[in-house]
Design a binder for this molecule. Structure first.
Ligand code: HPA
Length: 252
């Protein structure tokens, strides 16, 4: 079964058939995770708002382990994560999409593994390619289809390196210059440890990233939250259409 993890701007799934809900108890700080079940064209999938239903949990406080564990518990085998990002490369201006194929993790102090206690042996996952190619291809196909049928076109970057920063503050201009030197194309705060935890649980994982601002110092303007919210509001209908295509495609 497919899961969609909604990020900033996608705390609920409007326009889909009504959901049933399951509250999954987890061993991670005893947090409960509310997983919503949906049907789209007879295809069952689940939705989980990463920051909670009211979008009140900041990126560094998200209980990533509880979320991924709960999804695994209800039978999820693949995850499409929606991530808002700041664009670093020229092709990722506000309103454009990326389906990253690599990441660098600059976050810290997050609980980032299931493999730390009660082990019979030390466990290391292979994480050379953090995103599942099959799922990336599926998202890219969906983006092409929706772009063809939509009056508003969005640029799409196939690939790119996602930098995960700690937040909740945005970066300094010098930090973004460093990320650029490191080869990063976009920056967000929620890509990790989510992707690694999914790999630890053997769940396919890919990201649909929406650029909502130019990263700090890329232009002379300061980053405006109002503008970010505007881009999110404009982009979400398109995102919902892309997700519908992905759900149908993964069910085929
Ligand atoms: N930096 C980090 N995370 C973000 C940004 C950004 O500029 N925009 C959206 N998420």
């Amino acid at each position: 079964m497919l899961a969609i993890i909604g990020g900033t701007g996608l705390s609920s799934l409007d326009g889909f058939e009504p959901a049933t809900e399951k509250v999954v108890a987890t061993p991670f700080d005893d947090d409960e995770v509310r997983v919503q079940f949906f049907n789209y064209r007879e295809q069952e999938f689940v939705f989980l708002p990463r920051h909670g239903a009211g979008h009140a949990v900041p990126p560094h406080k998200v209980n990533y382990r509880a979320n991924i564990w709960a999804l695994s518990e209800v039978g999820v085998k693949s995850i499409v994560a929606v991530n808002a990002v700041g664009g670093i490369v020229d092709s990722l201006g506000p309103g454009s999409f990326a389906v990253p194929d690599q990441l660098i993790d600059y976050s810290h102090s997050r609980k980032e593994t299931f493999f730390e206690s009660g082990l019979t042996q030390v466990t290391h996952i292979d994480f050379s390619h953090p995103y599942t190619n099959k799922l990336r291809a599926c998202i890219l196909r969906a983006l092409t289809t929706v772009n063809e049928n939509s009056p508003t076109k969005h640029e799409v970057l196939d690939g790119g390196v996602y930098a995960c920063t700690q937040g909740p503050r945005l970066e300094t201009a010098a930090e973004i210059r460093r990320l650029k030197r490191d080869g990063c194309d976009m920056v967000g705060m929620t890509g990790m440890p989510e992707a690694a935890l999914a790999r630890e649980m053997n769940i396919e994982y890919a990201s649909l990233a929406l650029s909502v601002n130019w990263a700090a110092g890329i232009t002379d303007a300061l980053i405006s939250l109002d503008e970010i919210h505007q881009i999110l509001a404009n982009g979400m209908e398109f995102v919902a259409a892309v997700l519908k295509e992905v759900i149908q495609d993964t069910g085929r």
